[in-house]
Ligand binder design. Structure first.
Ligand SMILES: *Cc1c(COP(=O)(O)O)cnc(C)c1O
Length: 424
């Protein structure tokens, strides 16, 4: 099917993908197509929309800011939205996270984190070359973040450009000690600049969940060997795992924290990399060669910062955590129901995120069932985007109990229908 549109869509095989669905507007948990169809957005439009689409408070703040200051160079200049947001972010996160570096996507937030880590060791006069990451990790789609992420079908073509990282086995249930032992061995060998992890849930790697206690142990090993810990909370941040940030559940603080996706409530692209004072200090010098050399044109765009400030006001004033807790409980009940269904395996939940694996032989990201199920569910008015044979539900927090019931009924019926087709 050759579309007339010149648009090349992300993660889309245009030769076989259905025509892109044109969306005219969105509100709450729903998208509305140009022909008036409603689609329940069960994946928060790729994990970014937290409260719901077009939250009135964020919309109003954006409108007002757009008329006042659109964009300004951020080297040598500053503005109130960026200052207010940085103060709010530092207030929301524990010591020693005291400095905020802006960029515009999750990938750039992680690139900045990796550069800060290497810059830190170099600037204090003991360069360290190695980054350590988890098996099945996903940290973005730029060359650096792909390098930190798992290798596979997504990046096979770019392999010649990817740098090596030390890889730890994923802390599977009952095998957490193997991860800790591997990390300790790597640290003992020396030269480790930083460990980067997605706390509690590996998102794009298949919604793989791991315990807070293991994260706390990894932090302890980082302390022991003076290795920096980078928490990539691009997906897990802003309530997804049941707390504002996933690290809170382990009672730990990373040295570098990457935030994006939900930072504006999902309204505008923005990212922030927070770091400990000692990392800023290492770059603070009369020697200009120790400058942190990173920028993007739209760094700290005032309208995006305003959306993020409004998002934090929503968090403060609307009892969002209570809403998140209620969603966690509803998700738990659905997960319990799914575990009793024999077509599913490994029903699991961390915070507001629920996931199951469909029991098929064909597994992995390219599993046939993924696209088939996607289309079946879209026809039923539900947007879910399986990762291979893994189906996950990550809705905006405004979703109601009735809407969730509709969603899970569609999921179960859809899977049964597709399995009948696949098997016949
Ligand atoms: C989505 C994601 C990224 C990349 O964010 P973009 O805004 O898509 O560049 C990085 N890390 C994690 C954990 C993510 O889920």
């Amino acid at each position: 099917m050759t579309s007339k549109s010149p648009v090349w869509h992300p993660f889309t095989q245009h030769a076989i993908a259905p025509e892109a669905i044109a969306v005219a507007r969105a509100s709450g948990a729903y998208l509305e197509t140009i022909d008036g169809r409603l689609i329940l957005d069960a994946i928060s439009s790729w994990w970014v929309v937290t409260h719901g689409h077009c939250h009135p408070r964020i919309v109003a703040a954006v409108k007002e800011q757009a008329e006042r200051l659109d964009q300004v160079i951020f080297a040598g200049f500053t503005h109130e939205p960026a200052e207010r947001l940085a103060e709010a972010l530092v207030a929301l996160t524990p010591e020693p996270l005291t400095r905020v570096f802006y960029s515009d996507s999750g990938s750039t937030a992680v690139e900045v984190a990796l550069k800060m880590a290497l810059g830190y060791w170099r600037n204090i006069g003991s360069p360290r070359p190695h980054i350590v990451a988890l098996e099945h990790a996903y940290h973005g789609d730029t060359i650096g973040t792909m390098s930190a992420g798992a290798r596979g079908v997504f990046n096979a073509a770019y392999e010649p450009l990817l740098f090596d990282v030390k890889r730890l086995p994923f802390p599977e249930e009952g095998r957490e000690q193997a991860t800790l032992d591997a990390f300790e061995a790597v640290c003992r060998a020396g030269g480790v600049a930083a460990l980067i992890v997605e706390p509690l849930v590996l998102g794009a790697g298949g919604m793989l969940m791991w315990p807070a206690a293991t994260l706390a142990q990894l932090r302890r090993i980082c302390d022991q060997y003076d290795v920096l810990l980078i928490a990539d909370e691009v997906m897990t941040g802003w309530g997804r795992t049941g707390t504002l940030f996933a690290c809170e559940q382990a009672g730990i603080v990373p040295d570098i924290l990457c935030l994006a996706k939900g930072i504006t409530g999902g309204h505008l692209p923005l990212a922030a990399t927070l770091c400990a004072e000692r990392i800023f200090d290492a770059h603070y010098s009369m020697d200009r060669s120790k400058t942190f050399y990173h920028s993007s044109s739209y760094t700290a765009n005032p309208i995006a910062c305003t959306a993020a400030v409004a998002n934090i006001e929503v968090w403060r004033e609307e009892a969002v955590l209570a809403r998140v807790q209620a969603l966690c409980e509803m998700q738990e009940q659905h997960v319990a129901r799914l575990s009793a269904n024999t077509v599913f395996r490994n029903a699991r939940r961390t915070g507001t995120i629920a996931a199951i694996d469909v029991d098929v032989d064909d597994q992995g990201y390219l599993a046939q069932i993924g696209p088939a199920l996607y289309e079946e569910l879209i026809a039923r008015g539900v947007l879910l985007r399986p990762l291979g044979n893994t189906v996950y539900v990550m809705p905006p927090y405004c979703i109601t109990s009735d809407q969730l019931d509709v969603l899970y009924a569609a999921l179960v019926n859809g899977v049964e229908r597709v399995l009948a087709g696949v098997r016949s």
